[in-house]
Design a binder for this molecule. Structure first.
Ligand code: ATP
Length: 351
């Protein structure tokens, strides 16, 4: 099969199961982000793709070739580590050309490739500089160039932005994504930062406690999270306890609310009605919506320029709405309002 395939992969360290029965498939040339909280197993999964760890069970293959037991140096993989792991005693050029040199490439071949890679990462003419003279962002680009020196088939990055400050992080995310698209190289990035994953990925794999919760495009995962864990982890969401009523409605404290999507594991009894704040609208009582609205009282308003956040207490349940200044109904603190959640914005999840 074309692309990267992970089948029934489990990794145990003694009594600890770091990765449990993971099945994934990605097309060649895609950028994939493993996203999840600390300790969920994302680095272990990446290290198994790299060949730095061996799977306890299951297989990993690329373009139909079984890599499960192939040693790391025979995998044609480039990797960037969290710390960049550059050699401080070598120059920039020596770092980038290191893997070519140990594979016996000639000096001129190495020099040509180093020049090409330095142009690619927008740092031309600095091959002779010391690593210690480079900034954090420059070191990261050097680490990327070093990992790509041998034209790997798979490019792996473990928390590549974590050593950079916040401003630089965003521009490097865009730069890395552009480079990956230009090269068309199958890339896997480990991150615990949802914005980073949303910015860069074709597909996001949301992990928690050794397991994959959901895989999909950033928009799929944002719009239709499969469960409470994913809804909570990606973006901000309103999670309102509800009771399943019939085919396409639930009841929230006696108010009937129609929904657009229901996850497979949400059963009949108690469920959760999930909405994204930007799809929730606050109305003055004089402007009561015809359906799908909860009564409440405004208990907080935060105007942050581009948007206004309104928190409403709906019978003890707080619901957040984010509106543009243009749509804001000029409600005030303590005012009784209606909170409208259009059916298409309502997802029903398991409680
Ligand atoms: P982080 O974001 O903190 O790096 P992670 O999601 O990448 O976390 P892993 O590093 O893959 O998580 O670890 C998953 C689980 O496996 C953790 O419980 C961890 O303690 C355990 N683990 C990882 N490596 C080993 C090891 N070599 N020996 C024993 N347990 C390990």
């Amino acid at each position: 099969m074309s692309g990267l395939t992970i089948e029934n992969v489990t990794k145990r360290y003694g009594a600890v199961t770091a990765v449990k029965d993971v099945n994934l498939h990605f097309n060649k040339g895609e950028m994939i982000c493993f996203l999840g909280p600390s300790g969920c197993g994302k680095t272990t999964l990446l290290r198994m793709i790299a060949g730095l760890e061996e799977a306890t069970e299951g297989t990993i293959s690329f373009e139909g070739r079984d890599l499960t037991h192939v040693p790391v140096h025979q995998r044609n993989i480039g990797m960037v580590f969290q710390s960049f792991a550059l050699f401080p005693h070598l120059s920039v050029g020596e770092n980038i050309g290191y893997s070519m040199k140990i594979r016996g490439h000639s000096r001129s071949e190495c020099e040509d490739r180093v020049k090409e890679l330095l142009d690619m990462i927008h740092l031309p003419g600095i091959a002779d500089r010391r690593i210690t003279q480079m900034s954090g962002g420059q070191r990261q680009r050097v680490a990327i160039a070093r990992a790509l020196a041998l034209n790997p088939e798979i490019f792996l990055l473990d928390e590549p932005m974590s050593a950079l400050d916040a401003n630089l992080r965003e521009s490097m995310q865009i730069e890395l994504r552009r480079l990956q698209q230009e090269l068309g190289i199958t890339t896997v990035v480990v991150t615990h930062d949802q914005t980073e994953a949303m910015t860069m990925a074709d597909d996001i794999v949301v992990m928690g406690r050794a397991q994959v919760h959901q895989t999909g495009t950033p928009m799929d995962i944002y719009k239709t999270p499969i469960n409470k864990f994913v809804a909570d982890f990606i973006g901000t969401s309103n999670l309102v306890p509800a009771r399943f009523a019939d085919g396409n409605s639930v009841s929230v404290n006696g108010t009937e609310m129609q929904f657009g999507v229901k996850s497979d594991d949400a059963g009949a009894g108690d469920v959760i009605l999930m909405t994204r704040p930007e799809e929730v609208f606050v109305h003055k009582v004089s402007n009561k919506p015809s359906a799908n609205a909860l009564e409440g009282t405004v208990n907080f308003i935060r105007d942050i320029g581009m948007t206004i956040e309104i928190m409403v207490d709906c019978g003890g349940q707080e619901v957040v709405s984010v509106m543009t200044p243009k749509d804001f109904p000029e409600v005030e603190l303590g005012e009784k309002v209606y909170v409208e959640m259009p059916p298409s914005a309502c997802n029903v999840l398991a409680a």
